[in-house]
Write a protein that binds this ligand. Structure first.
Ligand SMILES: [Zn+2]
Length: 226
């Protein structure tokens, strides 16, 4: 498919922790020349450049208050305006995070950027696969190395030392099974809120089933639906 068909398209990925969403986005940026809109980075930019938005953001952050969804959406709108002259394909990262943000974003998109196509991609992976992936993750304790291993792909399941530096292999607290299950529950709650909203306004949700696929295969599968 020609690149032209993807111009002025905004992608929003949903997927559980450990599904490889981050890697997929990075590859789309590197290999397909997509542009990533990271609201976290954008916030930091505005604050360091002391823009009007940055000053407002700072007022909330300094007090330790949550930044209002309206302000985040204004920042996204401002960024989209700055990109309007280009025909880039955009990936949203870290936004919308709440149903309110999704509502604000969707109405801004429809009223002010009607020329943009919006595509929601839901990455599906069985819960047990995710738990196995994340809880099977071992990290080298050597701060200089921090090599990551996965028990599912290691030939020696009893390995205790890093194959690169001999450092001790540990399991991060975040990767313990009960914590992984709690993170999945949290994802399921926030994503279903937003996805239900999209369905209610007639937004199409495209599903990408990636059970059993490698990182390369996930990228190829994504490319095939473009
Ligand atoms: Zn190591």
């Amino acid at each position: 498919m020609s690149k032209k068909d993807l111009s002025k398209t905004i992608f929003s990925f949903f997927g559980p922790p450990g599904c490889g969403k981050g890697t997929l986005s990075e590859r789309a940026v590197e290999r397909l020349d997509f542009e990533m809109l990271s609201t976290g980075n954008l916030c930091r930019q505005h604050i360091s450049q002391k823009t009007e938005l940055g000053k407002m953001l700072n007022r909330f952050i300094e007090k330790g208050d949550l930044v209002p969804d309206e302000l985040i959406t204004d920042m996204v709108k401002d960024w989209l305006k700055s990109q309007e002259a280009q025909d880039k394909t955009i990936i949203l990262d870290g936004y919308p995070r709440t149903k309110r943000q999704a509502e604000l974003f969707y109405s801004v998109l429809k009223s002010e950027f009607p020329e943009y196509k919006f595509r929601v991609i839901l990455i599906n992976l069985a819960e047990d696969t995710i738990v196995e992936r994340l809880s099977g993750r071992l990290v080298c304790d050597n701060k200089e190395c921090q090599n990551v291993y996965n028990l599912s792909t290691l030939a020696d399941k009893d390995v205790k030392e890093c194959l690169k530096c001999g450092g001790k292999l540990i399991r991060r607290d975040d990767d313990k099974e009960e914590i992984v299950r709690a993170r999945l529950k949290n994802y399921a709650d926030y994503s279903s809120n937003i996805l239900d909203y999209y369905k209610s306004v007639g937004q199409d949700i495209e599903e990408l089933n990636i059970d059993g696929l490698s990182v390369d295969e996930v990228f190829e599968k994504f490319r095939s639906i473009l």
